[in-house]
Structure formats: C-alpha cells, structure tokens
Design a protein around this ligand. Structure first.
Ligand code: SF4
Length: 371
C-alpha cells in the first residue's frame, strides 16, 4: 500500500457566468513511504493544484477521484476537524513564498513552537488562554519543551546558531534561511509526508542546492516522504526517487527517476529533457519545445500536447491510453500501444506548424531525438 494513493483525480474551478475551468483530469499519483516523488511540469500544468488537493486547501474547487487515500484512508471522507489534525500531524506543507507563508510579527521560534505544541509530541497546554498569554504577554518560555524542540528542528534543517535564529523575525532572515524555517515548521508535527511546492524557485542556485540536499538528507534520515513540486527536471534528477510528468492537466509519463532519465518514451518528457540547458554557459543554444500550452478551457480533444507534438497523428484526438513501459514506468501516449514500434521523430517541425493536425497525417515516427 502506498503512503499516498490517488486515482483518477479531477479538479475543476466553477466560474460564475463562464465556462468552468478544468485544472486537472484523470490524474493518478502515488507516493511511497520515505521517498521523494517529483511532480514536474510547466506552469499551468496543474501540479500545484494537485499538491494543494492533498492538503484539501482548494475551497473553491470541485475535487473528484476514484481513490484519494492517505495511509489507506480517504482524505475526502474526513471532517474538517479531522483534516486539521492531518495537516501538521501527518502531512506538512512547505510553500514557495516563505515571506507570505510565515507570520511577520512572530519570531520564527514562536511559529515553530506553536506547530510543535499543536501537532508534535510535547505535553504543553494548547488552550486558548494559554496561547493568547504566550502570544501577547509572555512569549514561549525558552525552557518550554516546544521551544527547545523548535530550536532543535532549526538545527536539524542546517541552520547555524539556531538559538539566535529562533528569536528572529522572518524579515531578518535570508530567503534560504526562511525556506529552512518553513521545512522545520513542517517537521514540527513529525509528519510522514511533506508537500513542498516549488520550495527553491525564488532562491539562487547555490542556496537551492543546499535546500535540496537538506530535503534529501531529511528523507533518508527521518524516513519522511516528500512530494516535491517543481518545473525543473534538473531538480528531479538530483533529488527525486520517482517522478510524475504533467502537462496541461494530465499525466504524460511516470516512473522511477532512473527509468525516465535513461529511457524516456513520451515525446513531452523527451522535449523537456532536451530543454535542460547543458552547454548554455559555453555559448551553446538553449533548446525549447516550440509553441505554448493550451488554455485549460481550450484544450484539444485527446492528448493536450497535440498542438506541439512533432509525432502527433490521427489517433491523438482520442482519449489517452495507458502504456506500461516497465515495472512502475507508465506512459500516456498513442505512440506506444502494445507491441507497436513507433518509428522516428525529430523536433525540427512541430506537427501543428506542419499542418499535420488536420487529420491527414500519416503515422511515421519514433524516437524524439534528445540532442
Ligand atoms: Fe500526444 Fe500523440 Fe504526441 Fe503521443 S504522439 S504525445 S498522444 S500528440
């Protein structure tokens, strides 16, 4: 049984007086205990709403799924009071923008200590009066177990001089330190899963490497699973055990990281891989996937990648099939039907600009070249 097991997820945002916006459709996603699973895609692919649906943070959306299990229990069967316990006790979240997510008028130590008291393993009163007294009069005593735990968590996420940092306000810290504080806070309830939504996007490359290394270490040492949302396949390669590639609200390919990097089969995954900027610093040309993703209300029938895919053919207007490439490695593409060798394809001429989506294209393709 997977720690998180989602089958056939759809998320739609109703719009008054306009067409509803289908954010994602038919998503399967599973995260195993103690692994880092990357959810990767361009902006607008639906990866962040998928992540937020795990925390049930989508008040304005209609969420449907055949299965939405965490530890074998349906998260969408739980009451809001039960979900408040799940958030923090079981599943922690790290947001992209730490400055907005952290309370600007509380020290970071107070913020982490509060999570520890409500969700962690300490014996301290969390009654309203006690919390108000701490918040407005006394602060948390530095000898209180929740404060000591907060300091120890700051140390766990690699912050030097954690006693001093604990007494700092968010604006007094660097972006990298704030992200580490967010991770420490997410760990406050000893969760089994952390959902990290683009946790390093706003950071420079060296700080990003430090945070990703910290996530990897926490996963290995504390046996915490992490659902890592990112638009960067390089981050996936360095950090994740397994990956789901999303495009325009659908899953394109998923599998172990080594399977996807060594044997990518989906044209979109191949396009992303060839877009990793190797050699750009030495004057090499950056490679991109021509075109742009469709609006959620204007997706083509069948495969949403049709208008950009150099391998598109007639069948691509039909609902996407599931093709098992290898154990745990799945592609959703009409090229790869059972026993079928898809032939050669290059990225030079996207099908849409070649006039090949008019229903007359013959099927002549295979491998999208990676170079
Ligand atoms: Fe989509 Fe068809 Fe291209 Fe496969 S070949 S990615 S189904 S458009």
């Amino acid at each position: 049984m997977s720690l998180l097991d989602i089958e056939d997820l759809s998320i739609t945002f109703p719009v008054e007086g306009g067409p509803d916006v289908p954010a994602v459709e038919g998503i399967d996603l599973s995260v195993e205990a103690g692994e880092i699973h990357g959810l990767v895609g361009e902006s607008g692919s639906g990866k962040s709403v998928t992540a937020r649906s795990v925390m049930r943070l989508l008040d304005d959306a209609e969420v449907g799924a055949k299965r939405f299990d965490y530890r074998g229990e349906d998260l969408y069967d739980k009451s809001e009071a039960e979900m408040r316990q799940v958030r923090g006790d079981e599943i922690g979240m790290v947001f992209q923008d730490s400055l907005s997510a952290l309370n600007p008028v509380m020290t970071v130590g107070e913020q982490i200590a509060e999570v520890v008291r409500h969700h962690g393993d300490v014996e301290e009163s969390t009654g309203l009066l006690s919390e108000l007294r701490r918040k407005y009069i006394t602060g948390t005593s530095t000898s209180a177990p929740s404060w000591r735990r907060a300091v120890s968590l700051l140390e766990t996420v690699g912050i030097p001089d954690p006693e001093t940092v604990a007494t700092s306000y968010p604006h007094q810290l660097s972006g990298g330190q704030r992200q580490r504080v967010m991770i420490a806070s997410a760990l406050g309830g000893d969760p089994s899963l952390i959902v990290a939504d683009e946790p390093t996007t706003a950071l420079d490359v060296t700080v990003e490497a430090g945070i990703l290394g910290e996530l990897r270490r926490l996963c290995d040492e504390l046996d915490v699973a992490i659902l890592l949302i990112t638009h960067d396949l390089g981050v996936v390669a360095e950090t994740c055990d397994s990956v789901t590639v999303m495009y325009s609200g659908s899953v394109m390919e998923r599998g172990r990281t080594d399977q996807l990097f060594e044997n990518p089969v989906h044209p979109y995954t191949k396009g992303l891989l060839r877009s990793i900027p190797e050699g750009a610093s030495t004057g090499g040309e950056l490679t991109t996937i021509p075109g742009s993703a469709p609006e959620p209300t204007d997706r083509p029938d069948g495969c949403p990648f049709r208008d950009r895919c150099p391998a598109a053919f007639d069948a691509c207007s039909e609902p996407l099939p599931e093709h098992v490439v290898d154990d745990g490695h799945v592609s959703h593409c009409h090229l790869y039907t059972e026993g079928d060798d898809p032939g050669e394809v290059t990225w030079d001429a996207p099908a849409a600009t070649n006039g090949s989506l008019d229903g007359t294209t013959e099927r002549t393709h295979t491998e999208v070249t990676d170079g």
